[in-house]
Ligand binder design. Structure first.
Ligand code: AP5
Length: 208
């Protein structure tokens, strides 16, 4: 199965993608995670993307497409995959048509007032990528990953100023992608403001 998750920053795409990909036994391909890994490894691509990401802006289409194309060639992605955070522009959606046969695109709908607190209170594990929230999903021991014991970190683009830029970029660049998939009949809307368990149940009901 080939799926894509769309929605504003902080809507819960990553949280749900980790759970659903495990259930469906398909790889979770997050372009944000791929870019953050490149930044951490100090690759030429990571160095090019770092400033743009920190400011909350989109990395150039060609750069992200190159990363994704390479990842899709790995054997585990051949039977299916869950794309999280891609496509983000209409140009990316058009390129994706030649790469994978998408069966469903899920739009995470959530009131905008929920997003800023979710993002500024998000923490993640640098070792396993687990996502926490200081209020809604705190770790058992303060500041430490439940699984790895690693010190949790805050993403540089979760500072309030960068979050506001990300939201503006979302409305300008990514909202038109919703119309693109609405026209093709692939889009389904998911209410994303319930509990993690309720959102997951709603998500399962929208799968092909
Ligand atoms: P990316 O990593 O894709 O970030 P994003 O789309 O902005 O989404 P987030 O990861 O911030 O949020 P999410 O929806 O996954 O929410 P989460 O589950 O973590 O992109 C980062 C950057 O990389 C971009 O700005 C850009 O620079 C670059 N980039 C990436 N892809 C690109 C592309 N295709 N083209 C160009 N540039 C690209 O949840 C958020 C918080 O809420 C967490 O604390 C979580 O615990 C909590 N939470 C989740 N669900 C619930 C719930 N149901 N109830 C209460 N709290 C919840």
């Amino acid at each position: 199965m080939h799926l894509a998750f769309l929605g504003p920053p902080g809507a819960g795409k990553g949280t749900q993608a980790k759970l659903l990909a495990k259930e469906l036994r398909i790889p979770h391909l997050s372009t944000g995670d791929m870019l953050r890994a490149a930044v951490k490894a100090r690759t030429p691509l990571g160095l090019e993307a770092e400033g743009t990401m920190k400011a909350g802006k989109l990395v150039p289409d060609a750069l992200v497409l190159g990363l994704l194309r390479e990842r899709l060639q790995e054997p585990d992605a051949h039977p299916g995959c869950l794309l999280d955070g891609f496509p983000r522009t209409v140009a990316q959606a058009e390129s994706l048509r030649d790469l994978v046969p998408l069966e469903r695109v899920i739009y995470f709908e959530i009131p905008e007032s929920e997003l800023l607190p979710r993002l500024t209170e998000r923490r993640s594990c640098p070792t396993c990528g687990a996502i926490y929230n200081l209020r809604s999903h705190p770790p058992k021991a303060p500041g430490k990953c439940d699984r790895e014991g690693s010190e949790l970190v805050q993403r540089p683009d979760d500072r309030e100023e960068a979050v506001r830029t990300r939201l503006a970029v979302y409305h300008r660049e990514t909202a038109p992608v919703l119309d693109y998939y609405r026209k093709s009949g692939l889009l389904r809307t998911l209410r994303a403001d319930g509990s993690v368990e309720d959102v997951l149940a709603g998500l399962r009901a929208l799968l092909p």
